[in-house]
Design a protein around this ligand. Structure first.
Ligand SMILES: *[C@@H]1O[C@H](CO)[C@@H](O)[C@H](O)[C@H]1NC(C)=O
Ligand SMILES: *[C@@H]1O[C@H](CO)[C@@H](O)[C@H](O)[C@H]1NC(C)=O
Ligand SMILES: *[C@@H]1O[C@H](CO)[C@@H](O)[C@H](O)[C@H]1NC(C)=O
Length: 501
């Protein structure tokens, strides 16, 4: 257990001016009596931020781990050049400074035969979630999909989900992207599989067959919406008691539905309330029969600029998170502008929002500048982020990370704030981190700043204003804890500045 291994680290005597009473505060004792990770199951609807069991505001930096083909989970064993998710990986993510993984929990892997769950698969997912917990990482349980199923050169829904006769023969996938549909094998999958690379996957959503299949999911045709909701109940019953599950991400990048039957679904904002809201409620109702606590993360149409939901799933924004992506295209305009729009969504829906995917792979200068801009903007607007994706971190078969990506993953950030944050920032050139927050003296849990050793190889200096308002304690190699001093009686504005030595 990483946390207890470092619990013996001592208080740092940095401030000569610190009043004597402060030293009586028992930081080590707090960690001993609160081993492990904090439960996270509430959103502060005024600050629009996620809070933990102690009332601390929480921020997340992380990466996506999704396996899009059988066996629908990453192997546990670390082999350079092969995308895995095991001990070595969670250690790497911990060392980088990350604290969350959006972990794909494929419906296809979990329910290979309708109504029959594959417990072996579900156990492997739980094992990977537990490994993440042992290294201080939260897990966002993500039911992932792209183009829904193998009938449409996609992934996510089980093979039994879609039927070839749902659309007329001449309109089968990928009509009208191709005038003649692809030949299919006995399972209804395009054959040879190489045909799939001849269509743009994102444009595939505009094909008749794929839109039709999404429409049937939303309409609960043949109980397919119920089957999706039942899968969520199955997942939630397995995870309800799991400390490090930060949420249930209902469905990745849901398409707007059957646009051939209802073209209004293409109007920005319409699909969110017209088709998705019903399915999200259906799944959330099933989740809540077994788990009243875990946050439900919901996505809207990927193309949207502003959310079109009338309300969050089940109507209580303190128990949900709006999960959204930023890619350019399809998003027009800067990430800063997108985050401003998402803040408006948060205010209207009275919930929190998290950027659960953004471009996090090597590219040309413009793309790398975009990533640097995203890092600055997410800090400035105080949004958590999860990059796409873990496997892109590594440089081919060497097993070495790309330094240009590792540097962004290894930023300093406030994982927990014992109060209400007003701003934070990190300059990667000077390795200077600054946090301003209003400390809540009723919270006895510490503010925690992640300071990855690779970014601060010779350590760091900490300045706190007002002097003596925080008590420092090193938790582990990457985490600095700052306990609000017992001498503080009222809400107090505190500034923390940390610089590389
Ligand atoms: C269940 O999952 C395990 C682990 O991925 C796999 O080996 C097995 O083939 C799966 N069973 C079915 C019926 O798909
Ligand atoms: C969730 O809360 C509802 C309403 O308070 C209650 O009826 C239900 O039993 C709870 N479910 C669980 C799993 O705790
Ligand atoms: C933000 O929303 C406005 C509409 O209020 C829209 O015009 C603009 O394009 C949006 N920005 C982005 C980057 O999506």
């Amino acid at each position: 257990m990483v946390f207890t291994a470092f619990a013996a680290a001592s208080l740092l005597a940095v401030f000569s001016t610190q009043p004597a009473g402060v030293w009586a505060q028992d930081a080590e004792g707090w960690y001993k009596s609160h081993p492990g990770m904090s439960r996270i199951n509430r959103v502060n609807q005024d600050s629009h931020q996620i809070v933990d069991e102690f009332g601390r505001t929480r921020f997340f930096h992380g990466t996506n781990v999704v396996m899009k083909e059988p066996p629908w989970h990453r192997p546990l064993e670390w082999v350079p050049g092969v995308s895995s998710f095991g001990e070595e990986d969670v250690q790497n993510l911990h060392d980088l400074g990350l604290n969350v993984v959006r972990l794909g929990h494929s419906w296809a892997g979990a329910e290979p035969v309708r109504g029959q769950y594959n417990q072996t698969f579900l156990d492997i997912m739980k094992q990977q979630t537990k490994m993440a917990e042992d290294h201080g990482l939260y897990v966002l349980v993500d039911v992932h999909q792209d183009c829904l199923s193998r009938h449409f050169c996609g992934n996510g829904a089980p093979d039994w989900f879609a039927q070839p006769d749902w659309v007329a023969r001449g309109k089968m996938y990928p009509f009208p992207l191709k005038t003649t549909p692809f030949p299919v094998d006995e399972r209804g999958f395009p054959t040879p599989e190489s045909l799939c690379s001849t269509v743009d996957w994102a444009l595939s959503y505009t094909s008749v067959a794929l839109g039709n299949a999404f429409g049937r999911l939303y309409n609960n045709y043949d109980g397919l919406g119920d089957a999706f909701a039942a899968y969520w109940k199955k997942l939630a019953s397995g995870y309800a008691e799991t400390t490090n599950v930060v949420g249930y991400n209902l469905l990745n990048e849901p398409w707007v539905g059957d646009t051939w039957a209802d073209p209004t679904l293409l109007v920005p904002g319409v699909a969110d309330h017209k088709v998705m809201e019903g399915l999200w409620n259906r799944a959330s109702e099933q989740i809540r029969t077994v788990d009243n606590d875990t946050l439900i993360w919901f996505e809207g149409a990927t193309l949207d600029v502003l959310s079109g939901f009338n309300n969050v799933p089940l109507g209580d924004g303190s128990k949900t998170v709006h999960s959204f992506h930023y890619y350019s295209p399809p998003q027009m305009g800067t990430i800063a502008n997108t985050l401003d729009n998402r803040s408006k969504d948060n205010e209207r829906l009275r919930t929190a929002g998290v950027l659960t995917e953004l471009t996090f792979w090597m590219g040309d200068d413009k793309q790398m500048q975009g990533l640097a801009d995203a890092m600055v903007a997410t800090d400035a607007k105080m949004f958590s982020w999860i990059g796409w994706a873990y496997e892109n971190l590594y440089d081919g078969t060497t097993g070495q990370p790309h330094p240009e990506l590792a540097k962004h993953y290894s930023r300093a950030y406030p994982a927990a704030v014992a109060g209400i944050p007003t701003s934070f920032s990190f300059s990667d050139s000077s390795a200077t981190f600054k946090l301003q927050f209003t400390a809540d003296p009723n919270i006895d849990a510490p503010t925690e700043i992640i300071l990855p050793p690779s970014t601060f190889p010779n350590g760091y200096s900490v300045e706190v204003s007002p002097d003596g308002s925080l008590v420092q304690h090193t938790v582990d190699k990457r985490t600095l804890a700052l306990f609000t001093s017992n001498s503080l009686k009222d809400a107090t504005d505190i500034t923390v500045t940390i610089t590389r030595k």
